[in-house]
Design a protein around this ligand. Structure first.
Ligand SMILES: [Zn+2]
Length: 447
């Protein structure tokens, strides 16, 4: 006997359910649509059957039971779109209904929350790290905890907020001074004695004549270097101090940004020592070390990223990147394929008439620049076929870039929203905890 889905005529005896105080009525034949479920195997001998009222009582949510009962009538499970998936899964588990009966139109409602839970867990991991540091500090001296919170958590007090602002200003000031150092207005000539070392540096680089002349008049301005030095003294002291009071030295040393900043600081001080001994530096090996340190100083900028730790939205950016790795892989993979395809097509069509596209590599470089919609215009196709390929390539680039970026931005929105909920939630719960603690203290004092 095969009846059409959802319109099978129901019959048999009426069954009464009292679900959390709400009455439901159905036929016992309807309940046989899922023979393996709890409702299909009810017995009047069990505890939840009331002989007087002739109804089964279950202490469950009547709203959700409406959907469960509806599933028996329709022979497939649909769930309300505004319900949280895990709650409904628990309900299905209770009624011994298999997830395989859930209609595909409701899969999103069923599993959407799982994604949200993952997002929240990732966010909370961030908070937990801070909280575990603080709980670790409870075992240490009081002054050490105060100092750590002062240095690391601007939300702990007004002074901590002022300190973080001060450090931010120092980092920005030293970066600004560093930028100004590259302006010709702030350059001076090297002295005769310093020129010996400068010549050594120039020997290593083997610049052309014009560049050598420029380099000779590139001695950094004293006021700017002093400003950078002052900022650096405080920043280095701050780094050493926070390392000393840090309750978990290992996690401090494993932080990529911290390590980069530390290397940058070390580079800065080594280069500083060399700078003051420019006159006596005669060995080539030392000059190499000097150059490496000068380049390493750029790592100091990592401190800027570390400052962003205190701006919640920046955390969200980092989390978005780390959880969008699969989208990045898709992007790179797609771009790689298209670069090869268009590069090869362009190479084949332009080989004889275009000097700039004599190698496959230059054609692939052209394809990458066109696909990413940068389009420098240093290499352009001349043949009609080449121009047609270029047009198709440009359109493909727009589409390929748009696809994963949409997903990444939706991930960002999700993290952003959840971050604001999480901060509100944590603030409210911590203020409630504080309140109850104070109340308990008050009661203890009066008794
Ligand atoms: Zn549905």
């Amino acid at each position: 006997m095969t009846a059409e889905r959802g319109v099978r005529p129901a019959g048999g005896n009426k069954v009464r359910f009292n679900i959390g105080g709400t009455l439901f009525l159905t036929f016992d034949d309807t309940l046989k649509h899922f023979p393996e479920s709890k409702l299909a195997n009810l017995s009047t001998c069990r505890d939840n059957y009331d002989d007087d009222t002739r109804e089964y009582f279950f202490d469950r949510n009547p709203v959700l039971f409406g959907f469960i009962l509806d599933a028996y009538r329709k022979e497939e499970i649909h769930l309300p779109s505004d319900i949280c998936g895990p709650t409904f899964r628990k309900e299905l588990e209770f009624w011994e209904l298999s997830l395989s009966h859930v209609a595909p139109c409701c899969w999103e409602a069923l599993y959407k929350s799982d994604d949200d839970i993952k997002t929240v867990n990732k966010l909370m991991d961030n908070y937990k790290e801070n909280a575990s540091m603080c709980s670790e500090l409870d075992n240490h001296n009081k002054w050490r905890k105060t100092l750590w919170l002062f240095l690391e958590d601007p939300n702990s007090s007004k002074f901590a907020m002022a300190w973080v602002s001060f450090i931010s200003i120092l980092v920005l000031a030293s970066t600004a001074a560093e930028i100004m150092l590259t302006l010709p207005q702030f350059h001076e000539d090297f002295t005769e004695s310093e020129m010996k070392t400068v010549d050594l540096v120039l020997d290593i680089y083997q610049f052309k004549n014009g560049t050598t002349e420029l380099f000779k008049s590139m001695k950094p301005n004293v006021y700017l270097t002093t400003t950078i030095m002052c900022c650096q003294v405080i920043l280095t002291a701050e780094l050493i101090l926070s390392f000393m009071v840090c309750p978990k030295k290992k996690s401090f040393a494993c932080n990529f940004i911290r390590v980069s900043a530390t290397l940058g600081y070390v580079g800065f001080w080594v280069a500083y020592v060399f700078d003051s001994h420019l006159v006596t530096m005669e060995d080539n090996a030392w000059v190499y070390v000097y150059i490496v340190c000068k380049y390493g100083v750029i790592l100091r900028l990592a401190r800027l990223f570390y400052l962003s730790k205190h701006i919640p939205t920046f955390n969200v950016v980092g989390l978005t990147f780390s959880s969008s790795m699969s989208e990045f892989k898709i992007l790179v993979f797609l771009l790689g394929i298209l670069v090869c395809v268009f590069g090869y097509m362009m190479f084949a069509s332009e080989y004889f008439g275009n000097e700039n596209m004599r190698t496959m590599l230059s054609a692939m470089y052209w394809a990458l620049i066109t696909l990413t919609t940068v389009g420098y215009g240093d290499i352009i196709p001349f043949s009609v076929a080449g121009q047609v390929i270029a047009s198709v390539c440009a359109v493909c680039g727009v589409i390929v870039l748009a696809l994963p970026i949409g997903i990444i931005s939706s991930t960002f929105y999700k993290f952003y929203n959840f971050n604001s909920y999480a901060t509100t939630h944590l603030r409210l719960t911590s203020s409630m905890l504080k309140k109850t603690r104070e109340e308990k203290k008050g009661i203890a004092c009066t008794t």
